[in-house]
Each structure stands twice: as C-alpha cells, then as structure tokens.
Ligand binder design. Structure first.
Ligand SMILES: Nc1ncnc2c1ncn2[C@@H]1O[C@H](COP(=O)(O)OP(=O)(O)OP(=O)(O)O)[C@@H](O)[C@H]1O
Length: 266
C-alpha cells in the first residue's frame, strides 16, 4: 500500500517573510503523528500546505502517490479530512447539517446529497456519542460539543487521512482525555493516518506514535515520544532553561503518582 500522505522538501514564504524550509514528513495508516512547535513556528501554515490550500514554493505533497496540485478538490476531500481549531458558524445550521457538509465536500458542489448521506452522518455522530446533538443549532453548542461535531464531520468524510489543528484546545480536562483517546482509537480501529498539532507535550505523549518538533520553520527533531519529548529537547524547542522543564517534570510526576497525569520524557 502506498503512503497516504507524503510531503517532500516543502518550502513556503509569505511575501518578504521566509517561513517553512525543507519540511519532509509522511503519515502512515494506523499511526498518530503529533506536530509541536512554539507560537508562530508555522504549524497551521504547514497544515494548509498538506491540505493543498496553499502552494509550496518548492517541494511537493503527494496523496496516494499523486501530487496534490494535480487533484480536484473532491478528490482531495475523499482522501483528507480536516478538523480546524474551534470554529463558529454565522448561520443557524444544525449539527447534523454541519456533519452532512462532509458528504458534499466529496462531490462537485452541484451534485447535491445522496441517499445514505444522512445515515453516514448520523453514524459518525453516534460513534462519538453525540447523537443527541444532531438537531441542536451548531452556533449555540458549547466549545466541547462543537469540537465533537467537527470531528463527526471529519469522520463522515470517510477519508483515510485525518488532520486536526489543536483538537483538545478549549476542552475541559475530562474532554481533553476523551478526545485524545478517541484520536488514538480512530487510528487503531479505522486504520486512519492522523496528524494533530498540539501545544501540550503531555497530549503528544498520551496519544502520538511519532513526534515532529517544528522550530522557526524547520524540523528540529523527529522520533518516538520517548526519544523526542525530553527536557533537553523541549527546552531547546521553547527557548527555556532545562531546569524549568525538569521542575515541571517533577511536578508532573508527582501528579502521575496519583494517577492523574502522565509524566514527561524518559
Ligand atoms: N497570510 C499571511 N501573511 C503573512 N504572514 C502570515 C500569514 N499567515 C500567517 N503568517 C505568519 O506566519 C507565521 C506562522 O504562522 P502559523 O499560523 O503557521 O503559526 P503556528 O505555528 O500555527 O502558530 P500558533 O501556535 O500561534 O497557532 C506567523 O508569524 C504568522 O504571523
């Protein structure tokens, strides 16, 4: 089976502002990759390149071996689903209508809905335990409820690749854990290739198989969580003294002794 998503030597500049340099990555079925980096390091821009929403100045993104630039949007939507950061909707759509949009994104705009779309959308909500949200107005849902609906929309797209921009941000502690478990479960049970950005190393540790650290537009380090999420590496990533991370790690390990929080690093 070919790699669902392969990016090679991507470079991207905003006018007068070089941003991403020589970024290569691949996403594999059944695995979760976490992308960590400081504010402004280029994570969201990289996601937009992987989704084909921005064109790289050099390098290429291939989906199932095809350059994304040669693909039509419905073809891309059949392969990649995207869960953006918290989204508001100005229109009074129900949650079910938001999920149904995933089905339309896979077809040309004028093709309309097909029999079976509603069933697929309801099944996606049910998979997340969110059936009760179907008829509620999306814009009136809480942040956590909206996040579940956006994830259901991505599931209803039935794509092999799932990209999530800070999926646990804004969720309460319990829902953060539920969301991270769900992401791992989707990779394992549906064999999806998943990429998520996060600002929380402990979230990456809890849910990812592979870690990418992005600093100033370049990959600083990649590897397994235990190889990469060390105090030294995090201190280098965030330009903080190692002692600060070690103090944080000690606090985290005190919490983990009480079985509330995973410790960081090896
Ligand atoms: N359209 C644009 N024109 C010029 N600069 C931009 C544009 N969009 C983003 N940038 C800049 O590119 C840099 C990277 O932005 P990006 O949103 O990719 O970072 P990020 O790592 O996702 O940040 P955060 O963690 O804060 O969300 C930032 O300095 C941002 O101001």
């Amino acid at each position: 089976m070919s790699t669902p998503l392969l990016a090679r030597h991507l470079r991207f500049d905003f006018p007068g502002r070089p941003l991403l340099q020589d970024i290569s990555l691949d996403l594999r079925p059944g695995r979760v990759t976490a992308l960590l980096g400081p504010n402004g390091s280029g994570k969201s821009t990289l996601l937009r390149l992987l989704l084909g929403l921005l064109e790289p100045k050099a390098g290429e993104v291939c989906l199932n071996g095809r350059n994304i630039r040669t693909m039509r949007r419905p073809e891309v939507a059949a392969l990649i689903a995207f869960v953006p950061q918290q989204t508001a909707s100005a229109f009074a759509y129900t949650a079910l209508e938001i999920v149904l949009m995933a089905r339309e994104s896979r077809r040309s705009f004028l093709a309309g809905r097909r029999a079976g779309d509603r069933q697929i959308a309801m099944a996606a909500l049910a998979q997340l335990g969110a059936t009760g949200l179907a008829d509620r107005t999306f814009s009136l849902l809480s942040g956590g409820e909206r996040q579940l609906v956006l994830l259901a929309r991505a599931l209803a797209q039935e794509s092999p690749i799932l990209i999530l921009d800070e999926p646990a941000t804004g969720l309460d502690y319990g829902n953060q854990i539920r969301m991270l478990d769900l992401i791992t479960e989707l990779a394992r049970s549906l064999n999806k290739a998943i990429l998520q950005t996060t600002h929380a190393p402990e979230h990456a540790l809890a849910s990812a198989d592979d870690i990418l650290l992005l600093k100033e537009g370049r990959i600083l380090q990649r590897g397994s969580p235990h190889e990469v999420l060390t105090s030294e590496m995090l201190a280098a990533l965030y330009d903080l003294p190692v002692e600060k991370f070690e103090r944080h790690q000690r606090n985290a390990s005190i919490l983990s002794e009480h079985e509330c929080f995973p410790g960081l690093g090896s």
